[in-house]
Design a protein around this ligand. Sequence first.
Ligand code: PMP
Ligand code: GLU
Length: 397
Amino acid sequence: MQNASDRINRLSESQTIAMAKRGRELQAEGKDIISLSLGEPDFHTPDRIKQAAKKAIDDNFTSYTPVSGYLELREAISKKFKRDNDLDYSANQIVTSTGAKQSIANVVLSIVNPGDEVILPTPYWVSYVEIIKMAEGIPVFVDATIESDFKITAEQLNSAITEKTKMMIFSSPCNPTGSIYGKAELEALANVISTKKDLYVISDEIYEHINFGGKHESLAQFSSVYDQVITINGVSKGFAMTGWRLGYIGAPEWIAKACDKIQGQFTSATCSITQRAVIEAMDMDPSETYHMRDAFKQRRDYVISRLQRMDGVIINKPEGAFYVFPNIGKLLGRKHSKGKIETATDLCLYLLEFAEVALVTGEAFGSPECIRISYATSLTVLEDAMNRIEKALNQLH
Ligand code: PMP
Ligand code: GLU
């Protein structure tokens, strides 16, 4: 980009957003594209929450709010943390932002100095690595593969830590793999993290409510690391509120203060009407959202059953979120009428052109042998998409 800063030239475009954009462009050209690229629930926001927003407008909640969010909202989030996660975060340890994405950027910019190392269990969510680069941190990748259910071990974490390590960022349930760390696995990681007291961990729990296996476990529950953990959450996924833009952190107070300071210069608080609506969401019993979770589980089972039967595709059984992340390594090297599949990106481009299905390449998440399929759409659409993918893969030789 002419005359742009080095910072912007170093930055990559978000591949999830880029693929969704490409899908929309092709749709506008009249192509019948099925987009399984963006991680976005296909449900509508629950009525209770929408009513609260309408009331907020009528009650004139239309002015600037405190940067971290209304006290009443932070108190509602504080109660949610206690009720769902048994975590003690008081209102002054909570900062709400325009989405979990901004919450993560606030935290990274608050803690990471140029040259600091940030551990990223791989596959990682696309934006982590770019946010780290913006803070001039150095990403350190710790590989997890489909054989280990895409989870890293405490030993792997231990060997990745150096004197320069300042942070680690991970998500559970995970985007892009859907994997979930159980309590014992988190405890093992906590035992390593607690040995380095100036290591801070972003635990991204935005898919908390989309968990098919059982109870959600938070890293901050282990008292040995409570002062080192920043718990990230938000309403985009669990409450089908991607467009409303609200994410939040629970963190040690000094980190909350730092985030408030950054946000006070960048964006100020998120939308006042959204904030009033989210008070309602936080008061809801999580079971009121379980119909969405149950639908996602049914779709996961369907997609897995179809992928299992496709030649060259290896698939595990993720316990949460709404993604599957099959390994397609065996398809690399195969040919089609217009060329050869050398990379996961080639495969995604092939499927976009020949099957008219938009997916995201694993390269965007640090796993060049995988592809990400978002199954946050109806079973009818998924069936059509799986038929098309199967047919296109069968045409490779
Ligand atoms: N973290 C993860 C793991 C995500 O998948 C997303 C999805 N966009 C986000 C954070 C950001 O969510 P939000 O819409 O709240 O910015
Ligand atoms: N988190 C979603 C995804 O991974 C939404 C897109 C984005 O924010 O990057 O597809």
